[in-house]
Ligand binder design. Structure first.
Ligand code: TRP
Ligand code: ZN
Length: 880
């Protein structure tokens, strides 16, 4: 069997490093095809274990090895494909290694590579070993001095971590710069950039009065698109001081934006490197959602300076230690900058769309995995987003102040250390004098708990009894599951929508009277009794999504309609609408499958109308209320997935609402017409979101007047948000207007590679029947390239991941197309290839015909020659 030699790394096998590194001194002589890397590292034995010194390496050309100035002969070390071993390294010594690397051939975008003619690096998780031989693991922390030599004309800017301590010019036209990073760091945080870049500069004064120079470097011509990222950075720095007392710790903070990047951004110490998509924005080129994303990612990477860099991970199984915590921090930041309830709704939407399917499929793993073949495959929605939810639950249990105390203790104990998730929980426990042992199960148990809630009201006794049951289905490698400690926030709503005060039976009277409380739900089956409830209430459950669970309830449609109109918890109000709409759509799906024609139920539209009429609602929130559950979300709730039927039912449902509330939508669109000049702030963005949601409904009515509105918005809007909404609505309506808009957009933005990504994606996600044929044609468009991850995601990733009805087409063409793409990408960029594979793993949820076609494609991928570990791991797990 292929790749049978591939070994998985296990958490239980962790051993401390045999050698530690105190200081790293690197010199780079940058040449596109042959860069020389001269490394001098001060090494010392970690214990008297007398183990050989083993260094990691990958695709390196070794030139020489010396110890304390003495060159080793080839029989004094052992070189193989992925390591360099020195059997008799002394207890302490300086190891000097010269290697050559080829940045031009580096299409994996890991290690040192070229993007747009500039040198840049990406080392997390194990990319440093593609630069030089090194103990490339996060628990080896060292200070670094880095000297970069390069041609001055081609690479005027030379950057690395820390402070610039010296620079000079050579006679041959080259120049050099020396950087020194005083903070010990693991190799994955190393970074280097050399190129011809423009700079946008500002300054931040820390709370203790230190001036920090802030620079954002971009390709020439993009200087005018940095202001929003810079503003976001400054607000992040201030926020982290105010909320968590965390200050920046160096005099410089640099950001570099590059076009070729495997993910969003990277938190290298004082030299963050970003996918240009997550930095560059102007009203004409970026949508409101993209502005918001830039703000969040700039904050996320900045926040890593404390949660990730100052305190880092002992090993990669602990990845959620830094990622979950930093996701939680960036979510809180956005909640403070914008609307907190809307942010919560958006985050739950993403969690349900990405993490829930992952956790119920073949790739399910706990937020702290126990084994991996390729660590790059574990930068998942589970580790990040569910990891963030686990931190959020702790904050909910401990309270804002308790959480802050825990975090303070965590930094006090572990600054400059590489630690574990357990260390984090222990700090939370010790700072608050609580026992979180049961809670720890969230770190090791995979799967989404399913919670069933039922209740009864006793009119005589004036009591309300809530019964909760929890069950987590088996996941790969974990057959039996234990009940988790679930913080379950509830409220009781009176018949006029008022919040009833809550009193749990058996609880003392001296606590404050509240209308919401967080139940400690930690058994399989548990009952909670509220007393002094003077009227029959409607319960509001898992408020603000207090735990990442799937909740099923005995709500009647009347209950859901009531909550949709009255729940004071914005999240639960929105969720009631989602549940209500999903139920109705699923009922229509059933009709379609039985060969009938689905009928629209007008009651839902009446509840929507009540929301529209409620002028007290924030437009951004109302826009969320108007957004129907996605095809994916509804399909998730079916025994056997039928994407085509769900897409059809959802569309009939949408047309039904559009017709029933035609006047309201026209009003929302025309009366609320925004004549103010564009501003990306969240209030304006919310107003635009509402108008565009209304336009979305109008656009599905088969009416030339409505089509005209969409076309007019496309033609006249002064910003990308409105233009893009119009374009994506037109992209779903076959005809002349569609073709005209797409071609106008293409010629207008032909020179802007990031905007062209949107143009690719809008066609890849179109509901037109021949979307796949269009996608295939676009593969030969001059702006498309398999080597650029953004392009691959915009066209191939968007089609397979965000156009379910076309991807799962009856003829299996969608599956074949994705497998072909993955096989091709396997040799170019395995990380990108394996990231787009997941949709093929959902075969268990399909009917027999589809199952067979999907498995055939997975097998075809597995049969590919030279299959990367990345793709092998995901494909084999998906098939098993
Ligand atoms: N640590 C980065 C973050 O969460 C993400 C990251 C990990 C990454 N590996 C990467 C980014 C590889 C780009 C390429 O912010
Ligand atoms: Zn991160």
């Amino acid at each position: 069997m292929k790749n049978a030699q591939v070994k998985a790394t296990q958490l239980k096998d962790y051993v401390a490093p045999a050698f530690l590194v105190d200081h790293v001194d690197l010199a780079f002589f940058l040449k596109p095809e042959a860069t020389k890397v001269h490394s001098k590292i001060k090494i010392r034995q970690n214990s008297n274990s007398k183990k050989p010194l083993v260094l990691d390496g990958d695709e390196l050309r070794l030139d020489s090895v010396s110890i304390d100035g003495r060159v080793l002969s080839t029989d004094e070390y052992l070189l193989n494909e992925f390591s360099l071993t020195v059997p008799d390294f002394p207890a302490e010594g300086e190891l000097e290694i010269v290697t050559f690397i080829d940045p031009v051939q580096n299409t994996k975008l890991e290690g040192l590579y070229l993007s747009g003619g500039n040198f840049c690096t990406q080392c997390e998780a194990e990319g440093f070993r593609r630069i030089t031989f090194y103990p490339d693991r996060p628990d080896v922390m060292a200070t670094y001095t880095v000297t970069v030599h390069a041609d001055k004309a081609s690479y005027p800017i030379l950057l690395s971590n820390g402070n610039l301590i010296d620079q000079g010019v050579n006679e041959d036209g080259s120049h050099w710069a020396r950087w020194d990073d005083p903070f010990p760091k693991p190799s994955y945080l190393f970074a280097l950039v050399a190129g011809d870049l423009a700079c946008h500069e500002d300054v931040f004064k820390t709370r203790s009065g230190q001036d920090v120079t802030l620079k954002i470097f971009v390709e020439h011509g993009n200087e005018d698109k940095c202001a929003y990222a810079m503003d976001s950075l400054i607000r992040s720095m201030k926020w982290d001081e105010d909320r968590f007392g965390l200050e920046y710790d160096l005099d410089i903070f640099n950001i570099v934006a590059v076009s070729d990047f495997n993910m969003g951004a990277m938190e290298n110490k004082s030299l963050n490197i970003f996918n240009s998509k997550c930095i560059l924005a102007s009203p004409d080129t970026a949508t409101d959602m993209e502005f918001e994303r830039i703000e969040a990612i700039v904050a996320h990477e900045y926040f890593h300076n404390w949660t990730g860099n100052r305190v880092t991970c002992r090993d990669w199984f602990q990845l959620s230690l830094k990622e979950g915590l930093t996701v939680y921090r960036d979510q809180e930041f956005t909640a403070d900058m914008r609307s907190a309830p809307v942010k919560r709704i958006q985050d739950v939407r993403t969690l349900r769309a990405r993490q829930f399917p992952e956790d119920s499929g073949p790739l399910s793993h706990p937020i702290r995995p126990e084994s991996y073949i390729e660590i790059n495959n574990f930068y998942t929605s589970t580790v990040y987003e569910k990891g963030g939810e686990v931190i959020r639950m702790m904050a909910e249990i401990l309270g804002k102040e308790g959480f802050r105390k825990g975090l303070d203790l965590y930094f006090k104990r572990h600054d400059n250390q590489a630690v574990t998730c357990d260390d984090f929980v222990a700090a939370m426990e010790d700072a608050n004098g609580v026992d979180l042992n049961h809670f720890r199960l969230w770190y090791s148990q995979a799967g989404t708990p399913e919670v069933e809630a039922s209740w009864s009201y006793d009119a005589e006794e004036k009591s309300f009894t809530l019964t909760l049951d929890q069950l987590t289905a088996p996941t790969p490698g974990q057959k039996t599951k234990q009940p988790l400690l679930i913080p379950f926030t509830v409220g009781l709503i009176g018949e006029n929508g008022e919040e009833l005060s809550l009193k749990l039976q058996g609880e003392s009277d001296d606590g404050p009277v509240t209308s919401r409380c967080t139940l400690r739900f930690d058994q399989e089956h548990q009952t909670f009794k509220f007393i002094d409830v003077h009227q029959r209430p409607t319960p509001s459950l898992n408020r603000n999504f207090s735990a990442p669970i799937k909740l099923s309830t005995k709500y009647t449609t009347e209950d859901l309609g009531f909550l949709m109109g009255h729940d004071k918890d914005a999240f639960s109000r929105w969720d009631a609408a989602q549940t209500y709409a999903s139920r109705l759509i699923l009922k229509m799906v059933q009709t379609i499958q039985e060969g009938g024609s689905p009928k629209f139920d007008a009651q839902y539209a009446e509840k929507v109308a009540l929301n529209i009429a409620d002028k007290s609602l924030d437009p951004a929130f109302l826009a969320q209320m108007l957004t129907l559950p996605s095809v994916d979300y509804v399909t998730e709730q079916m025994e056997v997935a039928d994407f085509a039927a769900v897409e059809k039912a959802r569309s009939v449902f949408k047309v039904g609402i559009a017709k029933a509330l035609f006047e309201q939508f026209k009003d929302l669109y025309l009366v609320a017409n925004d004549t103010m000049p564009y501003s990306p702030d969240s209030i304006s963005a919310g107003r635009r979101a509402l108008r565009n949601a209304a336009l979305g409904y109008l656009s599905v009515i088969d009416d030339p007047e409505c089509l005209k509105l969409v076309v007019a918005q496309f033609d006249t809007s002064d910003n990308m948000t409105d233009r893009m909404v119009a374009l994506s609505l037109l992209a779903d309506i076959p005809g002349e207007e569609r073709e005209k808009a797409l071609s106008e957009f293409e010629s207008r933005y032909a020179d802007n590679t990031l905007v062209m990504d949107k143009w690719f994606a809008v066609q890849a996600t179109s509901t037109i029947p021949n979307a796949l044929d269009e996608v295939k044609k676009l593969l030969s468009h001059s702006a498309f390239s398999y080597k650029n991850p953004n392009k691959v995601r915009a066209l191939i990733g968007a089609f397979s991941g965000a156009n379910p009805a076309r991807f799962h087409a009856e003829d299996g063409e969608g599956y074949r197309f994705l497998a072909d793409s993955i096989i091709r990408l396997n040799s170019i960029n395995p990380q990108v290839a394996s990231k787009i594979l997941a949709p093929l793993g959902s075969w268990r949820r399909m009917n027999a015909t589809h199952q067979k076609m999907m498995k055939t494609e997975l097998q075809r991928i597995l049969d590919t020659e030279n299959l990367s570990n990345d793709v092998y791991e995901i494909a084999s797990k998906s098939l098993s």
